[in-house]
Design a protein around this ligand. Structure first.
Ligand code: SF4
Length: 137
């Protein structure tokens, strides 16, 4: 499998999940480097889209614009309970989530925030889906 690229979209996270993502990517013992994944700032290059945050009203246009630029065969991953169910922000006047109102979600990584081990498990599932897509193509 060729190297795959992750594009991250923050839709109003408290940054807890983003810090865990950073720790997962930077601390060697979590094994991120073995996955042959890298982060990209270019949505058009993405194979995997990670979304953190509960989808605040102000982030909706950014989310939709970003999603419109990533390739159709992307794997969408909800990181943390916020994009899955809005978490502690549920019923807030300024929250429009969950994420599956806007896009089909392939993988949910629950937690507030999820641990690096849970994030790596989610990445392994994403790798499986991408590998399956390559076999089917
Ligand atoms: S799931 Fe928890 S840690 Fe992650 S963005 Fe939401 S409130 Fe913050």
């Amino acid at each position: 499998m060729k190297k795959k690229y992750i594009y991250r979209i923050n839709t109003g996270s408290c940054n807890g999940c983003d810090v865990e993502l950073l720790a997962t990517a930077l601390v060697p013992k979590f094994g991120f480097s073995d996955l042959e994944f890298d982060f990209t700032n270019t949505p058009q290059n993405a194979n995997i889209v990670l979304v953190t945050g509960p989808i605040t009203t102000r982030s909706v246009s950014y989310l939709q614009d970003s999603l419109s630029k990533v390739p159709e065969d992307k794997v969408v991953v909800a990181v943390g309970i916020c994009p899955i169910s809005c978490g502690v922000y549920r019923d807030s006047y300024c929250v429009e989530g969950p994420l599956d109102k806007f896009v089909a979600v392939d993988i949910n990584i629950p937690g507030c925030p999820p641990s690096p081990a849970a994030i790596v498990q989610g990445f392994l599932k994403a790798k499986e889906l991408l590998t399956q897509d390559e076999v089917d193509a």
